[in-house]
Design a binder for this molecule. Structure first.
Ligand SMILES: [Zn+2]
Length: 488
């Protein structure tokens, strides 16, 4: 058993001392720590120090374990006559910057992790709507981000079927809608895979950090400094400063991706264990995000620019004997941060689970562009602006590729059902009691109900076969063979 799983409820205080002492805390402990705060509502006066930059609105920090409690708290706080009123919706000239950080786990300092590994992101969280139970669509870059751009599950998207596959041009990616509506669309990334992924559809500008080396098994590039400079160059375009200009920019930072590189002496080492090395990558990336956020704050458009931060997937650090990411849908692989900072919006926690499927319609609405009817997610804008966050099921999809077997999952309330292979077998987990997914349930009323729920969802799927695969060819490791043969 992994030592981090030994923390028991009765040992909470001892464990807290131990984990603050740099051993690392289990997610069970995070849950317990968060429950200590459950229901607490702190309202900062309108003249308080925590008002968002330049904002006129009161700040309500609502911390609650249950979505309903958190939402009720937020409603109560914003309804208070002694506090300013939340704006009804996004301003008509809002810009959106989406920052995705590869392999960024959900258990960051603002979620209870005791090391201050991400001060810039932690400061951003304090002024954001923080989705505490946000899920990537899948567990590795290609599938997660194809789904994010299309607003659909990746198994429904025309794609070649290789592990690091290419998406077909006939996919509709949401930046295409923005581009057609006259929004400037900018992408700059640090992942060499983005060169051939097909993700650039709808972008006026699409740039990669120079001199990236592609390795299909790992990533040894160090990119945050050059990437930040590239982002500044693009965001410094005077065309973006016109009063009637609107833009969407997306930056995918890659350094936390394994292999974890040392950044000494620029960043002090957290230690030699795997988590230590991972933490060093987060700290390094955060340093350059701080620079990027400062640059954005210096621009004339800062007060009408939203910053969204999330990840394409999490990262395994030994849970389920799983390292890095992909191949499975365990919580540490799919649960990710989602911070939505919009100047003037009341920061709070939303604990209702949400999916990155919701980002395509959300970003479209923030930019005043009608979403495609085919988007499968739901815009988060109403709840960002104070409406209750109603529960919805969350769907996870890892289609079969040249190098991986299919996995799908459905989350409903506290329950998560994972379907292995082509529905060969199913495991149910009660995340409320078992957040580390250690005790699979394979029978009983809840299992039957969740399996029926999953099968009903599956009937609504419009799966498409990978187009570059003959039967039993590319889906049996042809990508590896092509690599071995030097063809790719
Ligand atoms: Zn990734």
């Amino acid at each position: 058993m992994h030592p981090r799983r030994r923390v028991a409820g009765a040992q909470l205080l001892v464990a807290l001392v131990a984990c603050v002492g740099a051993l690392g805390c289990s997610r069970k402990l995070w849950s317990k720590l968060r429950r200590v705060d459950a229901g607490a509502v702190a309202v900062v006066p309108a003249d308080g120090a925590a008002v968002p930059d330049g904002g006129d609105y009161a700040v309500a920090r609502v911390v609650g374990e249950g979505g309903a409690a958190g939402e009720a708290g937020a409603a109560a706080a914003s309804a208070s006559p002694s506090h300013a009123v939340l704006p009804a919706g996004p301003p008509p000239n809002l810009n959106v910057i989406l920052v995705t950080v590869d392999s960024l786990r959900w258990d960051m300092p603002w979620a209870g992790y005791p090391r201050p590994i991400a001060p810039a992101l932690t400061a951003l969280e304090a002024k954001s709507v923080d989705y505490t139970h946000s899920y990537a669509i899948s567990s590795y870059t290609s599938m997660s981000l194809g789904g994010l751009l299309a607003g659909k599950l990746p198994g429904e998207l025309p794609r070649d079927g290789f592990f690091f596959g290419t998406y077909h041009k006939k996919n509709l990616f949401f930046p295409e809608l923005l581009q057609k509506a006259g929004v400037h669309t900018i992408g700059a990334h640090a992942h060499a895979y983005f060169k051939d992924a097909g993700f650039q559809q709808g972008f006026d500008k699409w740039e990669l950090v120079p001199n990236l080396q592609f390795d299909n098994t790992t990533d040894k590039n160090i990119t945050a400094p050059q990437h930040e400079a590239l982002a500044e160059k693009l965001l410094g375009d005077p065309a973006l400063e016109a009063d009637d200009a609107r833009f969407f920019a997306w930056f995918h930072f890659l350094d936390p991706h394994d292999q974890y590189m040392s950044h000494e002496p620029e960043i002090a080492s957290w230690g030699r264990l795997r988590r230590d090395q991972y933490d060093g990558e987060i700290t390094f990336t955060d340093k350059y995000l701080a620079k990027l956020f400062a640059f954005i704050a210096s621009r004339p458009y800062a007060e009408r620019t939203a910053i969204l931060v999330s990840a394409d997937h999490g990262e395994g650090l030994g849970e389920h004997n799983h390292y890095a990411h992909g191949f499975e849908l365990w919580e540490m692989l799919v649960r990710v941060p989602l911070l939505v900072y919009i100047p003037g919006v009341v920061p709070r926690h939303v604990d209702t689970p949400r999916s990155a499927l919701d980002l395509a319609p959300t970003i479209c609405e923030l930019l005043g562009v009608a979403p495609d009817p085919g988007f499968e997610g739901v815009s988060l804008v109403p709840e960002i602006y104070g409406k209750p966050a109603e529960p919805r099921d969350v769907l996870l999809d890892l289609p079969t590729t040249s190098d991986s077997e299919r996995r799908r999952a459905i989350l409903h309330e506290n329950l998560k059902l994972i379907a292995f292979g082509n529905d060969k077998y199913f495991h149910l987990y009660d995340l409320g009691k078992d957040p580390d997914e250690l005790e699979k349930i394979v029978k009983g009323a809840e299992y039957d109900e969740m399996k029926a729920r999953y099968l009903a969802f599956e009937k609504t799927l419009k799966d498409v076969d990978p187009y570059a695969c003959l039967p039993n060819v590319c889906l049996n490791g042809a990508y590896k063979k092509a690599l071995d043969a030097g063809k790719k």
